[in-house]
Design a protein around this ligand. Structure first.
Ligand code: FAD
Length: 311
């Protein structure tokens, strides 16, 4: 019998998050994929189909915007009843991390989180702040998986892509969100950025971060930071990368004036290519870097920006 997969598409700033397509790609390795799209548009349904979804279930209800655990849990429960999947796949994002354990407990499912690779029934995930990996398999009939963004190649093969509304009555929401105070400005989402230009205490000021933003803009990337920089108030805490910040897996990570403390490495050491700029040749960041530039970042960063602009 065909294995059934349910994935949940995530929307941020009126766009589908890239991890939604990655979830479909993993789902296609396992079986036939139904994707749940909550308060999305026809165009988004089309994008999900173009990235391999066999079926798209749409739910539209104003009570589901903004996101609430309660409301989304009710919709996912209804979708699980409709699809009876073997797997539920979510992004390892704030939303996925919120929903996956709730659903796993309610449905007596096994749960494997923060998955970065899959092969032959084995789900690989980092442990000990990225210093090692473990591979896990499921014993349960129903299985819940969260995937770390930027680790699965998305597909550009259209699935059957049928779109069907799913009828759900949302009831008895136990909390109301009265206000959302948005801290970060619009731009490339740090968690999913292909290029991250990160600054540390060596950047020395908030103005120094403008210089990093310029380089990030030229490369179509996002700016991140070490805790040294966020604690010094050079930038917002939402940019912090590491053990107590965000975990990122970009194609290119440029660390500027960051020493490479173990807690910072926990958030970025799995980036595909790491470039470190530091004036101290003994800085620990060079131990994980693919390319190291020993120099003053105030000279090097503008040079890189100019060179990429000219390229
Ligand atoms: P520093 O260690 O002060 O390094 C600054 C670097 O800049 C130096 O290497 C210096 O050589 C270089 N530099 C200075 N000037 C220049 C220049 N002009 N050009 C080039 N290079 C220059 N940290 C995180 O980042 N993320 C976390 O999530 C995190 N969680 C933590 C959790 C716990 C429980 C604890 C205890 C700590 C945590 N930390 C975290 C803090 C961490 O231990 C380090 O203190 C922090 O990462 C240091 O930040 P930094 O590298 O920016 O600063």
């Amino acid at each position: 019998m065909m294995t059934n997969i349910l994935t949940v598409a995530e929307i941020k700033d009126y766009q589908l998050r890239h991890v939604s397509f990655e979830a479909i790609a993993l789902g296609r390795q396992l079986g036939e994929v139904t994707t749940l799209l909550i308060n999305g548009t026809d165009d988004m349904a089309g994008q999900l189909a173009a990235h391999g979804a066999d079926r798209i279930l749409t739910v539209t209800d104003e009570q589901l915007t903004p996101y609430s655990s309660d409301g989304y849990t009710q919709v996912i429960q209804a979708a699980l009843d409709a699809v009876s999947p073997d797997y539920l796949i979510l992004g390892h994002t704030a939303v996925g991390k919120d929903l996956a354990p709730v659903i796993a407990v309610r449905r007596q499912a096994g749960l494997i989180t923060d998955v970065v690779a899959y092969s032959d029934g084995h789900f690989k995930r980092p442990i000990y702040s990225g210093k090692a990996f473990e591979e896990k398999t499921f014993n349960s009939d129903f299985r819940v998986v969260t995937i770390r963004p930027n680790n699965f190649a998305v597909l550009n093969i259209a699935g059957a892509g049928t779109v069907e509304p799913l009828d759900v009555t949302i009831k008895d929401l136990r909390t109301t969100i009265n206000e959302i105070v948005q801290k970060t400005t619009a731009g490339v989402d740090l968690a999913e950025a292909k290029v991250v230009v990160a600054g540390g205490r060596g950047v020395k000021s908030a103005e120094g971060f403008n210089m990093l933003q310029e380089l990030a803009d030229v490369l179509g990337g996002a700016v991140g930071a070490s805790r040294g920089a966020t604690d010094a108030e050079y930038c917002d805490y939402s940019l912090q990368i590491g053990q107590t910040g965000k975990v990122v897996t970009p194609d290119l990570y440029i660390a500027c004036g960051i020493s490479g403390a173990i807690q910072h490495l926990a958030g970025m050491s799995n980036a595909k290519v790491i470039v470190a700029i530091n004036k101290d040749p003994e800085a620990n960041i060079f131990s994980v870097a693919d390319y190291g530039i020993v120099g003053d970042l105030f000279d090097v960063v503008p040079m890189l920006t100019d060179a990429f602009k000219a390229a």
